[in-house]
Design a protein around this ligand. Structure first.
Ligand code: PLP
Length: 388
C-alpha cells in the first residue's frame, strides 16, 4: 500500500478507508442517525447506536489517527472532554482511592489546570507543576507514585518548549506514561507519538478545525489498553463528537497543511515587526533563534506554529491594543484562519492567582496572538496602529 504524505492524507483520509457510501460522493456523508438497523439477530453493520460509534465520526477518528501515526483515535465534544475521558480511562482499572502523581508542565492550558486541580484531584490525580523544558525539573518532581508526565509543548502562554524524545525516554525509565498536548502545532508540524510519547491529546477546536466554528477534541495512541478503556468511557459517558461536527472537522482538516504553512509564514513576519516596535518589551516565540526552545523546536517540529506571546510597556498599552485592533479580534481561543489576540491574565489564566501568575511570567502586560492566514501586511499594520 502506498504510504501517502501527510498533506495528501489531510485531503483524502486514511488510504485504506472504504466509505460505506456507494454514490461516489467526494465529500464525507453526514450520518445524522442516532441508531442503525441490524440485518438479523446477532448481526450488526458495525454501527448500532451513535453514542458508541457513528460512521462520520469513525472516518474522522481514523483520519486523525493516521495523521498522528496512531493505531487508535477518538473524537470528543471538545478538548477538555477528551482530557476528562482520558483521565477516566487511566483510572478505570485501578483500585478505588488510589492516588496517582502527575508531573505537569507549568506552562499549561488554563482549563487543563482547572480540571486537574478540581475534578482530577477527586479522581485521585495529585499534580506537581514544573518547568518541563528542563528534564532535571521533571526528575526533581518525581515521586514513588508518579504515573503520568503531561506536557504541553510549546506551552501556553509562555511558549516553553519541552524535548519530547528526552522526556519520553525518562517516562519509560520510571514506568510513567507521557501525554503530550499537541494543540499548538498539530500533527502537520509535530508528531509526538513518533518521538516516543504514549498518548496525544489535542483540542480540535483550534488548528485542526481551523475556522473557529466547532468545538472538538482528540486522543490518539498506540496503547491498546488505553484505547480499550476509551471505548468503554465513550460508551458509558457519551462525550463523543456528533456527526455534523465530525463532518466539519473532516472538512477543516482538508486544508490543514496549507493553513499551517501560511500560519507559520505569517507568524515569522509578525515577530519581525514586533521586534522593531519600541513598546514591545519581550517576545515569546520558539522560532526566535535566541529563544531557549529554538534548537529543540528545530529538532522535533517541522515549524514553529503561529502562537506568539509578547510583553508590552504598560497596562495602558494592553487596554489600547485590545480596544483598537480592527482586522484582529480580541477573543479567546486560537488556531483559526482569523487572527485573535488574547489577554491571558483575565482570560485563559484567570483561575491562576495573580501572585502565581507574576512568578510564572503571565503578567498584566502579556498578550497572546494566534496569527491567522490573512495578508501579513494588513495584520502588521493593524498591530502597529493598535500598539501605537
Ligand atoms: C483550547 C485548548 C484545550 C481545550 O480544548 P477545548 O476544545 O476548548 O475544550 C486544551 N489544550 C489546549 C492547548 C488548548 O488550547
Amino acid at each position: 500500500m502506498t504510504a501517502y504524505k501527510i498533506d495528501t492524507l489531510c485531503v483524502t483520509g486514511k488510504p485504506d478507508y472504504e466509505a460505506n457510501d456507494k454514490t461516489g460522493a467526494i465529500a464525507l456523508p453526514i450520518y445524522q442517525s442516532a441508531t442503525f438497523a441490524h440485518p438479523e439477530l446477532g448481526k450488526s453493520t458495525g454501527y448500532d447506536y451513535s453514542r458508541l460509534k457513528n460512521p462520520t465520526r469513525d472516518h474522522l477518528e481514523k483520519l486523525v489517527a493516521s495523521l498522528d501515526g496512531a493505531e487508535f483515535g477518538f473524537a470528543f465534544n471538545c478538548g477538555l472532554a477528551a482530557i476528562t475521558a482520558l483521565a477516566d480511562a487511566i483510572i478505570l482499572n485501578e483500585k478505588k482511592g488510589q492516588v496517582f502523581h502527575v508531573i505537569c508542565s507549568d506552562d499549561l492550558y488554563g482549563g487543563t489546570e482547572r480540571f486537574l486541580n478540581t475534578i482530577g484531584q477527586k479522581l485521585g490525580f495529585e499534580t506537581s507543576y514544573t518547568d518541563t523544558s528542563e528534564l532535571s525539573n521533571i526528575k526533581a518532581a518525581k515521586k514513588e507514585n508518579t504515573k503520568i508526565i503531561f506536557v504541553e509543548t510549546p506551552g501556553n502562554p509562555l511558549m516553553k518548549v519541552t524535548d519530547i524524545a528526552l522526556t519520553a525516554e525518562y517516562a519509560r525509565s520510571i514506568g510513567a506514561l507521557l501525554i503530550v498536548d499537541n494543540t499548538f502545532l498539530t500533527p502537520y508540524l509535530q508528531q509526538p507519538l513518533s518521538l516516543g510519547a504514549d498518548i496525544v491529546v489535542q483540542s480540535g477546536t483550534k488548528f485542526l478545525c481551523g475556522h473557529n466554528d466547532t468545538l472538538a477534541g482528540f486522543i490518539t495512541t498506540n496503547n491498546k489498553k488505553i484505547a480499550e478503556n476509551l471505548e468503554i468511557i465513550t460508551k458509558t459517558t457519551g462525550s463523543a463528537l456528533p456527526a455534523f461536527d465530525s463532518f466539519l472537522l473532516v472538512r477543516g482538516i482538508k486544508t490543514l497543511a496549507v493553513r499551517m504553512e501560511r500560519h507559520c509564514e505569517n507568524a515569522l513576519k509578525i515577530v519581525d515587526a514586533l521586534q522593531k516596535n519600541p513598546r514591545v518589551k519581550g517576545i515569546l516565540f520558539p522560532g526566535l533563534p535566541q529563544s531557549k526552545g529554538y534548537e529543540i523546536s528545530k529538532k522535533q517540529a517541522k515549524g514553529f506554529g503561529s502562537m506568539i506571546s509578547f510583553y508590552v510597556d504598560s497596562v495602558e498599552t494592553v487596554e489600547r491594543v485590545l480596544k483598537s485592533v480592527k482586522v484582529i479580534h480580541f477573543a479567546e481561543s486560537l488556531g483559526g484562519v482569523d487572527t485573535l489576540i488574547t489577554y491571558p491574565a483575565t482570560q485563559t489564566h484567570v483561575d491562576v492567582p495573580e501572585e502565581e501568575r507574576n512568578v510564572r511570567g503571565i503578567t498584566n502586560t502579556l498578550l497572546r496572538l494566534s496569527v491567522g492566514i490573512e495578508n501579513s501586511e494588513d495584520l502588521i499594520q493593524d498591530l502597529e496602529q493598535a500598539i501605537g
